[in-house]
Design a protein around this ligand. Structure first.
Ligand SMILES: *Cc1c(COP(=O)(O)O)cnc(C)c1O
Length: 409
């Protein structure tokens, strides 16, 4: 039996009656835009995350856009983010006419490297000099909590404060994850969440959420998502149409009730992967290799060998929770492993094969591969393996056996 990267059928089967009833209820009410269901979901998820203000919107991409719009970011402004993320993070910045500053990742956690961030802000990096950043208006930082693990928020928040920068957390992959016991979305001025169907809390279509810390900015976001109108037909701002669909809110209300259980199961699957990979004798803990030579060379001199698999590096300490949106390993011959897994019917995916700083649409910004070599190296070696709450022991074993079979071939 093939093992998919993600099995949403298994999840739907387990909640089918509840979800169908929730959808039916919306159909009977004929209230498809906003309304009580959306408000109830917003207050329930605000409580779950631990924030005062949470607003549904049409997608995670729109959540990022709304946060930047609420800060009046536009042409002439510079916004710092990671190049190793889904396109939407960088796209939102560019769409508003602002300039994305891509800072390299920490190769262990694949999130924004605070050391590189500090160097850039101090004007001590080649990129800072080339972009003449001391003369620029840097407005905000968008740290991305990738694969379900949070960025290194302590140093990032400290630097943001020191340089008077706003923080927008891209928490699209990280609902329920924590850093020092605090949840994703509670650190920055904004938290942006996605309920794209494959995310840990997935809707049955596009959907998103934005959390806001400051009450005045919260009200601005609330208005911006409704074309800037309040009351209706009185436009104080030029906003967009980005609401959370009421049917999606009804579905998400049901699913939110299971999120903690599903997250615990994901963590269980990750632990099982680690045990089985370790028993197979192919694991290296030496991810430092990637912060050494790869950092400079973009992987050409990577010391990871063909006999090794690098497992996800969890932030040490008990107060950090990785919610395993993806279970992403690192191998030297990634593209051959992809072919091998396909042959064995095992789902897999590369997130992300092309870092944003080298995307064609950003070529005018003048970045080169060398600006973010750790991201380049990661893009050649990462591979996400099947991961979903309902994964069975036999399936986890089969995935590990297939990877081990390739490594030991
Ligand atoms: C999914 C995702 C988004 C965008 O969310 P959509 O709901 O698909 O628009 C943004 N950032 C990251 C890191 C994501 O994974």
């Amino acid at each position: 039996m093939p093992i998919p990267l993600l099995d949403l059928n298994a999840q739907y089967a387990s909640i089918k009656e509840e979800v169908n009833a929730a959808i039916q209820e919306v159909l009977e009410s004929q209230q498809f835009i906003m309304g009580e269901t959306v408000r109830d979901f917003e207050s329930e998820i605000a409580k779950y995350i631990g924030v005062d203000y949470a607003y549904g919107c049409a997608s995670g991409s729109d959540a990022l856009l709304l946060a930047l719009m609420a800060l009046d970011i536009g042409p002439g402004d510079y916004v710092i983010t990671s190049p190793f993320t889904f396109f939407a993070t960088g796209g939102a910045i560019s769409r508003l006419g602002a300039f994305p500053i891509f800072i390299d990742i920490d190769p262990g956690t694949y999130t924004l490297d605070p050391v590189k961030l500090s160097a850039l802000l101090k004007g001590e990096s080649p990129l800072a000099e080339r972009l003449n950043l001391s003369a620029r208006d840097i407005k905000a930082i968008i740290p991305v909590h990738l694969y379900g693990q949070m960025a290194d928020m302590d140093p990032i928040m400290k630097l943001a404060k020191e340089y008077n920068l706003r923080v927008i957390e891209d928490a699209a992959q990280a609902i329920g994850s924590t850093y020092q016991g605090r949840a994703a979305g509670t650190f920055g001025d904004f938290g942006c969440f996605s309920f794209f169907p494959s995310k840990n809390l997935g809707a049955y279509g596009d959907a998103g959420l934005i959390t806001v810390k400051d009450p005045a900015l919260a009200e601005k976001v609330n208005i911006l998502r409704l074309h800037g109108a309040k009351p209706k037909y009185h436009h104080s701002l030029v906003g967009i149409n980005s609401r959370l669909d009421t049917i999606q809110a009804a579905i998400l209300r049901v699913k939110l009730g299971y999120l903690e259980e599903w997250t615990a199961q994901r963590i269980g699957v990750a632990q099982r992967y680690r045990q089985l990979f370790t028993e197979a004798g192919i694991v290296t803990e030496d991810w430092e290799c990637c912060s050494g030579s790869c950092k400079e060379s973009g992987g050409d001199e990577c010391s990871l060998t063909e006999e090794q698999v690098l497992l996800p590096v969890e932030r040490s300490g008990t107060n950090h929770r990785h919610v395993y949106h993806q279970y992403t390993i690192r191998v030297k011959n990634r593209d051959s492993l992809v072919k091998h897994l396909k042959k064995h019917g095992i789902g897999n995916a590369v997130y992300y094969p092309i870092p944003l700083h080298t995307q064609q649409c950003f070529s005018e910004l003048g970045y080169t591969e060398k600006d973010c070599p750790a991201a380049i190296c990661a893009s050649k070696q990462v591979l996400s393996l099947p991961m979903y709450p309902q994964m069975k022991e036999e399936q986890i074993r089969e995935v590990v056996e297939a990877v081990a079979g390739f490594i030991k071939r």
